[in-house]
Structures are given as structure tokens and as C-alpha cells.
Design a protein around this ligand. Sequence first.
Ligand SMILES: C[S@@+](CC[C@H](N)C(=O)[O-])C[C@H]1O[C@@H](n2cnc3c(N)ncnc32)[C@H](O)[C@@H]1O
Length: 213
Amino acid sequence: MRQRNVKNKKEIINSSKYIVRDYYSLKGKWKSLFNNENPIYIEIGMGKGDFILSNAIKYPNINFIGIEKYDSIIALAIKKIESFELSNLKLIRMDAIDILNVFDSEIDKIFLNFSDPWPKPRHEKRRLTSINFLSKYDKIFKNSCEIEMKTDNRNLFEYSLISFNSDNYIINKISLDLHHSDYKDNIETEYEVKFSKLNNPIYYVNVVKKEKK
Ligand SMILES: C[S@@+](CC[C@H](N)C(=O)[O-])C[C@H]1O[C@@H](n2cnc3c(N)ncnc32)[C@H](O)[C@@H]1O
């Protein structure tokens, strides 16, 4: 994502009621932060936050955690979210590569929306649907594993389907053109709005795996 420098980004992040600062100490204990037994869904690479905010409003009985690695981007998300009073939404500024130090067998679903494609073969491990990341996700899921992905990048989509398959995921729902499908519950992301205006098809898949490794 192209980043514009956000003035006072550190202050915005440090003063936000949504940002979790001591996220390492919550490993295995996130339900205590939300103070309930509701499922926990995370979005990795949440960008400016439209998707996770709309989900948190629409589904008050699900806890949502948005993860974003860049200060300027998460600061823009905070500006949007801060005026809402939502007890089921938290944000973490971190690189997902570190996810095993933050969660342990407590996540019910992962959203990957318009993830960076990292097209060069030497960068494959950085793709959020590489086996490198899928094997980490295995350890943070509670019981069964569920990943929902959207992208306009056909190469990344095809790569991800192969990657999910090789990690024993089964396709639950799939569309090669989400906006012209009968799928009803779609919540759009910033990138989705941008790319669908260009008439790019939006690729969507929901995959599940019953048994964790
Ligand atoms: C192309 S943008 C998409 C943003 C948003 N999900 C959307 O659909 O509009 C990808 C976002 O993922 C973030 N990101 C990429 N790799 C990440 C990682 N390893 N950990 C956390 N965030 C990451 C980027 O900083 C960027 O904000």
C-alpha cells in the first residue's frame, strides 16, 4: 500500500483506546482482554480499517483484532475508528511474521484481504498464504482452521489455492467474480472498492481445515 506520512502518527497510536501495546503478554489469554468467550477473528494487513470496523459493528458477538505493520496506515485506521465505542475490536501494530509470539490456540478465523502479492520467487516466504505463514496459523487456531481471502491478483489467488490445498485445507466457498456472484454478506475493503471500480474481478475463497497439525 502506498503510504503517505501521517503527522503525529506515534501520538495517534499511543493514545488510541483500540491499540493493544502489551500484546506479547496476552499470548493465550486474549479472551480475558475481551472478557467473554466469543470467537476471535483476526485480519492480517487490515490497512485503513474499513473492513474490520464494519465487521465489528455488524457482529457484536464476535471479537475482532486488526493487525497492520505500518504506523502511518494504522494511524489512518485509528482516526476512522476512534470515535466509535466498540468493546469487540482491538488493533495491533506489528508484522505478522511474529504472530506465534502473540497468539496461541485461540483464533477462530483469519481474514486476508488484498494481501501484498510479493511476485518475485525469492520473496515467496513473505506471502501471507505461503506455507511459511500457513504453518504458523495452524498453531494460533483454536480448534478447526478457517481462512477467508479476497484479492484482485489472479497469480496470488492461484498460488494461494495451491498453498491451501497442500496444507490440507478444503474449499468451502469460492468465487472468481465475487461482485457478480450470489454471495450476500460481503463487506468491502478499501482496495476492493478501488479495484472493483476499475472492473477488476474480485477473487474470493473461504477454506477450512478440521484437524490442526
Ligand atoms: C494491499 S494492502 C490491503 C489493505 C486492506 N486489507 C484492503 O483490502 O484494503 C496490504 C496491507 O497489509 C499490510 N501488511 C502486509 N504484510 C503485512 C504483515 N506481514 N504484517 C502486517 N501487515 C502487513 C500492509 O502494510 C498493507 O497495509
